[in-house]
Design a binder for this molecule. Sequence first.
Ligand SMILES: CCCCCCCC/C=C\C=C\CC(=O)SCCNC(=O)CCNC(=O)[C@H](O)C(C)(C)COP(=O)(O)OP(=O)(O)OC[C@H]1O[C@@H](n2cnc3c(N)ncnc32)[C@H](O)[C@@H]1OP(=O)(O)O
Length: 725
Amino acid sequence: MAATRRLVNTVAVITINHPPVNALSSSVRHALVEEFGKASKDPTVEAIVLNGSNGKFSAGADIREFGTSAIKTVSLEDINGTIEASQKPVVAAIEGIALGGGLELALACHYRVADIQSRVGLPEVLIGILPAAGGTQRLPRLIGIPAALDVIVRGRHIPATEALNLGIVDEVVQGSAVDAAIQLAQKVIGLPLNKRRLSTLRISSNLNMEDFLDTTVEKTKKQFRGAQAPMACIEAVRASVLLPYHRGVEKERQLFLSLWATGQPQAQQYAFFSEREAAKWSHPSGARWYSEEPKLVRTAAVIGLGTMGRGIVISLSKANIPVIAIEQDAYQLEMGKKAVNSLLEREAEKLKQQGFSPGSKLASVHFTLAFGELQDVDLVIEAVYENMELKKEIFRKLSSVCKSNAFLCTNTSGLNIDEIASVTDRPNQVIGTHFFSPANIMKLLEVVRGQQTSLTTIATAMNLGKILGKVTVLVGNCPLFVGNRMLGPYLEQASYLLEEGCYPETVDRAMEEFGFAMGPFRMMDLAGLDVGWRSRTEKGLTGANVPQGTPARKRLGNRYSPLADLLCESGRFGQKTGKGWYQYEKPGGRTARPDPWVKDFLQKYRKTHQIKQQPSNQEQIVERCVYALANEGFRILEDGIASCPEDIDVIYNNGYGWPKYRGGPMYYASFVGLPKVFNTLEKYYKANADVPSMKPAFLLKKLAAVGGPPIKEWRLQVGKPVNKL
Ligand SMILES: CCCCCCCC/C=C\C=C\CC(=O)SCCNC(=O)CCNC(=O)[C@H](O)C(C)(C)COP(=O)(O)OP(=O)(O)OC[C@H]1O[C@@H](n2cnc3c(N)ncnc32)[C@H](O)[C@@H]1OP(=O)(O)O
């Protein structure tokens, strides 16, 4: 039964029962209509409590129903209308989550009681839509326009205590929300309900409301560049000010339908489900996530307290895993300790505000210089800087100090996991954990399996990612793994565009208008240009080891752009030196301004090398950069480094500032049409045979030849995941 009913004295308790998250599918909606109908008519029932089974109120509408005919059967807004109009008081007992349609249902009830651990929210905007069962009309009537806009446009999950302060719930309890709701229901039997029916309330508004909404539109446009859902949310809230409730609901529905027509919800919902699928990892051996038990990680250690190490320590502590943090000397240890402690204080403050004792949520961090103290930890994450020899030295030490069943992880953004594992006594227990900076904030974790990494090690690292609250994707071992490997051809195209007449700000603007959080040049300035320079120098692509007579713009017969090397030779490393592709207010400054020096430098460079000026327009810039990125994604699939296109998209959506409303680079290629992507790349490559990264990947060619099937059918063409490297 999708909903059940039991009687406690004169209170009917109706329970939504649709595991795992009590999504309000068509069957649940039918069951709710039936159970409410019965409870309303039953003369022995004086009040009703609504809750969800398994400690979860509801995660809202069943997202899989959008775009199908099921969504049209029994509207949730009609159910909400019936509940609100009930002559018997209805109390929502919120446990766990009341999200989206789940909160809208609770808002239709006359009272709301929540347990202290629960979270409420209207996160529809995160899947490209807006609350469409009266939420945009009821919430502003309950908590006012500014607070409602914040909740609806940001889509965040609100902890129960904050929900109480905002006025979204009436009571927060430490114990059972259902028991408390039954008590409240008994207390309010016979009291007037008019003021509890949110749709009938008037919004307290003043003359400045229109100005306030207009300002919010402008701010939101800048913040969520290109995303349509946040704008639709504001327009729906505006309707709550200007229109009576029922016309506001009509507007909400119209906005929902016009959003659907943009294609953005479909891309964001694909991204939502792809993230969940990524956790269900598969291995070339055929093993899958359900066949392997992860080991429990009770204690962990982090080696290196630079930016990455600090973030990883915080993540572990927040997940209640006690950490030993190691540095190489007393000064570095003290610096690291200060930084970690100050971040932990901030976390503790947040917890206090949410009504929790920080001691119960944040695990201890012990700082030391002594490797010997690692003998009992279950798992170590090495997070020193990217240097193979240094990493090997540390892994040799770990191998001799750590207990034999400890797992050894390396936080690297592209070094060979097998080479690192080879110096240990347990290559099967070595794995890459590529965190993204700042590691306590960024959602993505690339878990990199080596040739000898055991399935237990994979299961443990994937499970650790989940415990840390990360979106975790398993990938194979190749230089730079998935995300950074794809950046290569993308950045290469960005540099060629400069050689041909564009400027950093033109390219960045095009990519940011496409939706990227940051264009390629601002991103390089942020990351530090010296990192890539060091790596190119080690590979002999620049510096003293380049063979005599090598043309400035060729390496091994292929096109090469030395622009970034030349900037570094002038001491321009990006934000850290106050100068890079842009100029900044000071070293470490963050505000990028176009630099006349760079303009002059580029003009002289083009003249020196007699490069024909043909600056690309916005569309051409986007095509070249994005198709180069996706093309490498196809190669990664061919090589078995990613097991499906969805994994690649999850990586880009969560680690590289790709606009989620475009689904990810592979989804976008599919959306544009694979034949078009193939033809564009083929044309470019025919004219530029010295740019091999633009040669269309074999898999792309194969899929384009059959007309570009939907992304979920690509697996059939890729075949079983095998690591060909
Ligand atoms: C003619 C057309 C008319 C159009 C009119 C339209 C009228 C529409 C009316 C109402 C609209 C309401 C809008 C909504 O309510 S949209 C949904 C809003 N809710 C959300 O966005 C919540 C999404 N879910 C989450 O954030 C998380 O899943 C969470 C609930 C917090 C649980 O997290 P966690 O414990 O980490 O578990 P998972 O994320 O792994 O989820 C477990 C499985 O449940 C599936 N899931 C989750 N939420 C939903 C959902 N809302 N619908 C369907 N399925 C859902 C998830 O995919 C996992 O599945 P699996 O185990 O198979 O991987």
